[in-house]
Design a protein around this ligand. Sequence first.
Ligand code: HEC
Ligand code: HEC
Length: 253
Amino acid sequence: MLAASLAVVTVGSVACDRLPGKPPPNPAPVISVATTAGFEIMWAERCSGCHGADGQLGAGLPMRNAEYLNAVPDSDMFSMIRNGVPSSRMPGFGGDAIGGVSDEVIRDFIKGMQVTWAQGDASNDSLGLPWRAPDAPGDVSRGATVFAAKCAACHPAEQAAPTQRGSTPDQLIAGSVTDPFYLRLVSNQHLRSNIVFGRKDLGMPGAAGPFRGPDGGEVTGGLDAADVADLVAYLASKRNTWPSGPEVEDGEP
Ligand code: HEC
Ligand code: HEC
């Protein structure tokens, strides 16, 4: 009873003290996004829908991957989060974006992501290959050869319908990555990042392998820098193999 009347008195006096529009004297403490607690709030609001609630198992590349986070240069991470990835579904969260956050918050958010997910994982799926693609373009026909030898068994161009696959479908047989419509949705960097770092969350090996040969058997031996560049060049060469009209941006008639 006493507590209830005190509460009313307090609220009343605050209300009388303040001019309309004057900010409250003690704003609620804001948790910095440079800490795990603050980072998790912003991740849940802005990233989890596409990159997974837990930083993995989303449509976008998992960020809960220490090797990946340590390999992406800070300046690239900053510009992708601030400005998005052009011609892809990755939106920008800073700059002129509606509800955009300041550059300072983005920098803190990257720190928060690092303290939360970039520590203590000694895996070497990438064999130390850099995140960024080399300037020289890869060799398309060599890429086709590597793809047939190491990737096609898991990424067939066409798949039998589930009912024709028998009672124990192989969970690792993944979608086509040579389909032009898929390729138009993603950038070459997205292809490279998947090939170099893999997707542990979904069973996609990184550059270290192991891969799968045309007979379905395991193929050991990792990819080197030229293999990755050639694979990306080969996949990219498939992007425009299906004729279509000019691309139309969202909202255009
Ligand atoms: C053991 C099976 C396996 C092998 C071998 C494999 N992949 Fe994958 N790959 C997967 C799975 C599973 C996924 C994730 C599910 C999906 O995207 O369909 C994936 C995802 C990908 C993606 C990302 C697709 C997306 O989400 O945008 C690319 C690109 C890719 N693989 C390329 C390759 C290339 C190139 C090779 C050969 C160097 C390769 N994969 C070898 C199983 C495999
Ligand atoms: C609407 C879905 C969506 C949201 C929301 C989203 N992303 Fe993305 N993100 C994507 C897609 C799609 C890509 C792949 C773009 C491409 O093709 O390169 C991507 C790519 C990225 C990449 C580059 C991956 C690489 O190495 O190729 C990073 C880093 C990234 N996102 C971080 C974030 C962070 C951090 C947030 C939250 C602040 C976020 N994303 C929110 C969809 C999203």
